[in-house]
Each structure stands twice: as C-alpha cells, then as structure tokens.
Design a protein around this ligand. Structure first.
Ligand code: FMN
Length: 188
C-alpha cells in the first residue's frame, strides 16, 4: 500500500473494539518519536504524554464514576458503569496533554493546533504499526477535579485520550465528506 493509499483508508477503531495485545514499550517509543515530528511553531514542544495502562485504567474509570456521582448525585448505575468501563478495553491509553506557554508570541491557538496534530499523528503511527486507535475526550477531559488528579497544572489541557490496541473486530466505516464540495477558488 502506498502512503496516500494508507492515509486515504485510515479510520479509527472504536475503543470498545480494541483489545490485547497492545504496543510494546519499543513500539510506544517509535509511535511517540514519529508523532513529535508535528509542525510546532516556535519549537515550543507544548505537549507531554501520560501512559495509562494495566490497573491504572480501572483506577481512572473508578475516579470518573466517583466524580460523576459528585457532579450528578442522581446518576443511574448504568451511567456509573459506563464510566468505570471507559478505559478498560484498549491495553494502552496515551493522554496527550497540551502545556500552554501563556503570553508567548506564538498564540495559544497555534500551540493547541500543534498538539491536535500530534494526536492525529499518533493515530497514524499506531495504524502504521498494525494497531487500531481512537481519539476520545469526553467530559472527563474538561473536568477540573479529574485533570487535577491526572496531575495537570493550570496551563495544561487534555487534548485527547488516544486508545491503542489490537482490533477485535472490523471497524465500521462512516460516511466521509466530499472535499470537492468544500473547495472554492478564491478570487481577488
Ligand atoms: C478532539 C476529539 C475528541 C473526540 N472525542 C470523542 C468522544 O469523546 N467520543 C466519541 O465517540 N468520539 C470522539 N471523537 C471522534 C473519534 O475520534 C473518531 O473521529 C470517530 O470515532 C470516527 O472515526 P474516524 O477517525 O474513522 O473518522 C473525537 C474526535 C476528536 C478530534
């Protein structure tokens, strides 16, 4: 498969369809090494990663369930279970954290964009190694109590939880927009 073919066929594999085996430590390193080559205005490298694997996945799910009960005391047991299950499927979840440099001449938007590109590069690197992956956020990515428990500082943001593992079933395709319908010539 040539490169463009690979990119044109890329699709996410829903986290619930991901299972063992996950990437080895060498493969994690290789994926990150590819992903940090994203465009990065000002060479700020305004991002870092958290590896969530093994028992930490269940622990994070418990944290989400506990926090949801705080936020919504009437939350149904099924909702709480959903939170507990959020991170248990894929063997590896990489949280991509934006480390924003406030007041820098490179606007925060560009720092965030670089991190977003990095999330996507991670998806591609995972797929290039034969894994499936999905970029998820969910309410927890924006909840201050959860981000504090993840160790984020006030200038840091969760950009995504990248779930990575071996597809246990074929991922469904979704309709894709026709780019030509969104293309126009700009005329002065
Ligand atoms: C920043 C970001 C956050 C996302 N968060 C979620 C999410 O919380 N839940 C979800 O179902 N999909 C989420 N998605 C969408 C999936 O990552 C993915 O795009 C979708 O499953 C379709 O897969 P595709 O990559 O094949 O288009 C998010 C996408 C982005 C870019």
């Amino acid at each position: 498969m040539d490169c463009l073919d690979f990119l044109s066929r890329r699709r996410s594999v829903p986290a619930r369809l991901l299972g063992e085996p996950g990437p080895t430590q060498e493969q994690v390193q290789a994926m990150l090494a590819a992903a940090v080559r994203v465009p990065d205005h000002g060479k700020l490298a305004p991002w870092r990663f958290l590896c969530i694997r093994g028992d930490a996945r269940q622990a994070l799910g418990e944290l989400l369930a506990t926090r949801l009960l705080e936020r919504e005391p009437a939350a149904a047991p099924a909702q709480l279970d959903k939170e507990r299950q959020r991170f248990v499927h894929a063997p590896l979840v990489l949280a991509v954290v934006a480390c924003l440099v406030p007041g820098h001449k490179v606007p925060e938007q560009e720092q965030l964009l670089s991190g977003g590109a990095l999330c996507f590069a991670l998806l591609q690197a995972a797929q290039a190694l034969g894994f499936g992956a999905q970029w998820l956020t969910g309410w927890a990515a924006y909840d201050p109590a959860i981000t504090a428990r993840l160790g984020l500082a006030s200038n840091e943001r969760i950009l995504g939880f990248i779930h990575i593992g071996t597809p246990q079933a074929e991922a469904p395709e979704r309709p894709r927009p026709d780019p030509m319908q969104r293309l126009a010539d700009w005329t002065p």
